[in-house]
Design a binder for this molecule. Structure first.
Ligand SMILES: *Cc1c(COP(=O)(O)O)cnc(C)c1O
Length: 399
């Protein structure tokens, strides 16, 4: 599948060693053609493209649903592609964060992505509570890993005050993959609503959202799902909530019953699926890019991708540690079931010059202050050779 993507070049004119698909996935070569089709149809049909385009714009988002549902293990009615990730987290909290005086806290991941912390804090504020007391952040056991026992302890101590548990499926910093099923069970048993931010999980690890049963989830599509900078977000609401008329929500016309949407009536009647949370008619060009990538995913299949991914990451781990176990600590769990493709490599003696060296030699990866290099060999387009070259350059840099 590597040939289906454009590999960036580094300054020496050769292909870069791109290990940054956890930040921005590569461009599918077919993306241009998929967007081109929509530009062509706009040119030829104007407004009538909503019905007459090769892929009519009116139901365009529905074309993404089955493939996205397959990637995250959900029923099609539980999946919609809309908005951006942080926007969807807010929309989900409008419906699913319903604090009371006794139960108003939100439990979040250890070292969460900043946007999640800002979103959650501002929701707590919005409801008239104080984020200082309302926000509980998980703490790692020892090292950087958060065990299920640890999460259970927090829920046992504070569960009665927690309205919402909102954790990352895979932690962006440590690369730890959480057990969504167990956390959901534990959260529900404590009387909490449970949601997941799957930004680093979707397209990276195997997910079974419907079976595992969280109340909602959202993820961006520009990381492992290759939809391009600022690409749209996927959103999951479990089926059991679809017909709950008591849930508050922010509404817009695209969430209204499709049969009567264009009667332009006064009364909002939500679509009885996650589509009922849509606000606006969607950006077709962005959706065209997602489609180009989802078609590649459908061909590859998550099972095969995951099988390759486990080998690729294990190979990376063994090469990095083979010659330099006294120089690095890998803070990502060593258990393949507790991580996706990313490894977070911590330098025992922090020195950003090493990162600058490998960047000069054509490695595209990511540095997190003060001492972590994150690398993500992506099974769709990274090879064992990429991993080998990376490791060789890293060790050269050390010496
Ligand atoms: C990448 C990422 C985001 C980015 O949010 P946008 O709204 O897409 O800009 C948010 N949360 C997490 C956990 C992420 O990894």
């Amino acid at each position: 599948m590597r040939d289906r993507f454009y590999m960036p070049k580094h300054s020496l004119g050769q292909d870069a060693i791109y290990l940054c698909g956890n930040s921005l996935g590569l461009m599918p070569k077919s993306a241009k053609e998929y967007i081109g089709q929509e530009l062509e149809d706009w040119k030829n049909y104007g407004v009538e493209g909503h019905f007459n385009a090769k892929n009519p714009w009116m139901p365009y988002h529905e074309m993404l649903t089955d493939q996205m549902a397959e990637i995250v293990g959900a029923l099609p009615a539980e999946i919609v592609v809309m908005n951006s990730l942080t926007v969807n987290l807010h929309l989900m909290m409008v419906s699913f964060y319903r604090p009371t005086k006794e139960r108003y806290k939100i439990l979040i991941d250890y070292s969460p992505f900043p946007s999640d912390r800002y979103a959650v804090s501002s929701q707590i504020n919005f409801h008239g509570f104080d984020p200082e007391t309302g926000l509980i952040e998980l703490k790692p056991d020892d090292g950087e890993i958060v065990s299920l026992d640890n999460i259970q302890d927090v829920l046992t101590a504070h569960g009665h005050e927690i309205a919402l548990v909102l954790i990352g499926g895979v932690n962006y910093y440590t690369g730890q993959a959480y057990d969504i099923k167990e956390i959901t069970k534990m959260g529900h048993a404590a009387g909490c609503v449970v949601g997941f931010d799957l930004a680093h999980a979707a397209g990276n690890v195997k997910l079974s959202l419907h079976e595992d049963g969280p109340d909602f989830a959202a993820w961006c599509s520009y990381k492992y799902l290759n939809s391009g900078p600022g690409g749209l977000s996927g959103c999951f609401v479990h089926e059991r909530h679809h017909k709950d008329g008591d849930l508050p929500r922010f509404a817009g016309w695209w969430g209204h019953d499709k049969k009567t949407r264009f009667l332009m009536g006064d009364q909002f009647k939500p679509i009885p699926s996650v589509e009922g949370w849509q606000l606006s008619n969607p950006p077709i060009f962005q959706m065209a890019v997602i489609k180009s990538s989802l078609d590649i995913f459908a061909e590859a299949g998550m099972d095969r991708l995951r099988a390759k991914s486990k080998k690729l990451t294990a190979y990376l781990e063994s090469l990095v540690m083979a010659e330099a176990s006294d120089q690095f600590r890998i803070i990502t769990p060593s258990d393949p079931d507790q991580r996706g493709c990313q490894l977070s490599i911590q330098m025992c003696r922090p020195d950003k010059n090493l990162f600058e060296y490998i960047s000069q030699k054509g490695v595209i990866s990511d540095w997190r202050e003060p001492d972590v290099i994150r690398v993500a060999p992506v099974p769709l387009y990274n090879s064992f050779e990429d991993v080998w070259h990376f490791s060789r350059i890293l060790h050269e840099g050390l010496s």
